[in-house]
Design a protein. Structure first.
Length: 219
């Protein structure tokens, strides 16, 4: 099962997370987030340590951002994916995809995140299938588009019928590995971890992560 660790910000902590052999690291480019990473010097650090990401994909997380901001950030931070975590429309996603296919700009794959609540209809994802090779199903909040630390009702995932794989997100903590291993859905590709593995916003607890990963993907 694939693993994404999101909300990283500090170079030493990023290196320690990379040493765990995860599949994706997430950097938040939303300036209202306590995990906002768009500060001077970070792009240069990434460029100097590009070899550290040989087997780990870099994901930039955006919330209702201008297209130009996303394009420039993908270039400056050499991102592999953009995760759209706001109210981005299917047309917005298609525009991004077309811009990359028709230009020499650095290209990134699109991940669309959806906030799952009791009223969410998985048919909402239908219009995004053509432009997004990966979804994230998260728990949204009234004050925050993600990072709530709360779970959504995982039994609802049985209603998801599209072919696009997804990462399970929202309130996943160190004690949830066994329950996640028991989940049965053909498109469940992995998990997206954040706040429940933190010592403070943007700083992950490596011991908790390592223990969780050992249980999630035992040898």
């Amino acid at each position: 099962m694939k693993v994404k660790v999101c909300g990283l910000r500090e170079p030493d902590n990023i290196n320690a997370v990379l040493d765990l052999g995860i599949d994706y690291v997430g950097f938040i480019f939303y300036d209202r987030s306590s995990r906002f990473v768009g500060k001077t010097g970070f792009a240069a650090w990434l460029s100097k340590h590009e070899d550290r990401f040989a087997t780990t994909q870099k994901v930039g997380v955006f919330v209702n951002a201008e297209v130009d901001y996303i394009l420039n950030t993908v270039h400056d931070y050499q991102l592999d994916y953009v995760q759209l975590h706001g109210n981005e429309s299917p047309g917005y996603c298609q525009e991004l995809k077309l811009l990359w296919s028709a230009s020499t700009l650095r290209k990134a794959h699109i991940i669309k995140a959806f906030s799952i609540d009791p009223d969410f209809k998985f048919s909402t994802t239908n219009a995004y299938v053509a432009s997004c090779p990966l979804f994230v199903f998260d728990t949204g909040g009234k004050k925050s588009p993600g990072g709530t630390g709360q779970k959504w009702e995982w039994s609802k995932m049985k209603d998801y019928q599209n072919p696009v794989p997804f990462l399970l997100s929202g309130g996943i903590g160190p004690a949830d590995a066994e329950a996640i291993r028991r989940l049965d859905h053909p498109q469940l590709a992995g998990v997206d971890l954040n706040s429940r593995f933190e010592e403070q916003p943007g700083l992950k607890d490596i011991g908790r992560l390592k223990s969780f990963l050992t249980q999630l993907n035992p040898a």
